[in-house]
Design a protein around this ligand. Structure first.
Ligand SMILES: C[S@@+](CC[C@H](N)C(=O)[O-])C[C@H]1O[C@@H](n2cnc3c(N)ncnc32)[C@H](O)[C@@H]1O
Length: 254
């Protein structure tokens, strides 16, 4: 499933390459006639699991290619999509490298108005816009983001980051498309994230460890203590020894 599929080019390509039960979802009504083997659905990517048209469906790949930023709550949208994954399924998210937008915006400001990259990078107010070349009838809300916003969104959705890629042109491609290479050199490119659901930890998974008694082994007889001196530090040293770890010396602790 390609969520925010635009004109459906990517999902069509994937279907041609063998993807079955392929579906593209987009808020726009300007969806072209689908290619054979592809279904295109006008719907909101913010809560895919709630779409009656998608009820009972599951997917081994759910893509948010340059589209998760249009959900009012990105973590909620990913959480909803996660419910539709097959057991070994993955979610792929791509986003423009946020530093790129910060550099572009900083370059656009001049003179006394000038903002620096850091100021732009941390300006993450959402703003509405229309894209006349795509669908004049849809007002899109774009939410700028920092790297920590992105990573925290994945965690909040209960996803773990299996891999991150920052695609670059090969030497041959760079020679063939020098303008693309120049743009990449100046403004960086996109980030691709492969995400999987975090394994669910049940209370019974926790029980054996939490109920296991703590054993304290002493290698030497306990030292005599004066009244009122706590034995806690000795217990810590004892448990460290029982796991084979050396207790830190004064020098190494420093
Ligand atoms: C930047 S385009 C990316 C299109 C395509 N995924 C690509 O990578 O070329 C973002 C797309 O998300 C769609 N979109 C925006 N808000 C949406 C929403 N709430 N639900 C579904 N699609 C949405 C837009 O109509 C647009 O096609």
């Amino acid at each position: 499933m390609d969520a925010g599929c635009g004109n459906g080019a990517k999902i069509s390509q994937l279907a041609e390459e063998g993807a079955s039960a392929a579906i593209g979802v987009d808020i726009s009504a300007h969806l072209p006639p689908p290619c054979p083997g592809v279904e295109l659905l006008q719907a909101d990517l913010s809560d895919l699991a709630a779409m009656p048209e998608l009820s009972g469906r599951s997917f081994d790949r759910i893509l948010f290619l340059q589209s998760i930023g249009y959900a009012p709550d990105g973590a909620a949208a990913l959480r909803s999509a996660k419910q539709m994954l097959t057991p070994d399924g993955v979610i792929i998210v791509t986003r423009t490298q946020p530093v790129r937008y910060a550099v572009e915006r900083a370059e656009q400001t001049r003179g006394a108005e000038r903002n620096y990259v850091g100021e732009e990078y941390f300006s993450t107010e959402a703003f509405p816009y229309r894209h006349a070349a795509w669908d004049e009838g849809v007002t899109l809300m774009k939410k700028p983001y920092t790297m920590s916003d992105l990573l925290n969104m994945f965690s909040a959705a209960g996803l773990w980051l299996e891999a991150t890629v920052e695609p670059q042109l090969s030497v041959e491609q760079a020679l063939r498309y020098p303008q693309k290479q120049a743009a990449l050199n100046r403004h960086l490119g996109i980030l691709l994230f492969r995400l999987r659901p975090l394994p669910t930890v049940t209370s019974s998974d926790m029980e054996p460890a939490s109920l296991r008694p703590v054993r304290i082994r002493r290698n030497s007889p306990p030292r005599r203590r004066g009244p009122g001196v706590s034995g806690a530090p000795d217990q810590l040293i004892g448990s460290a020894r029982s796991t084979g770890q050396a207790a830190p010396s004064k020098a190494s602790a420093a």
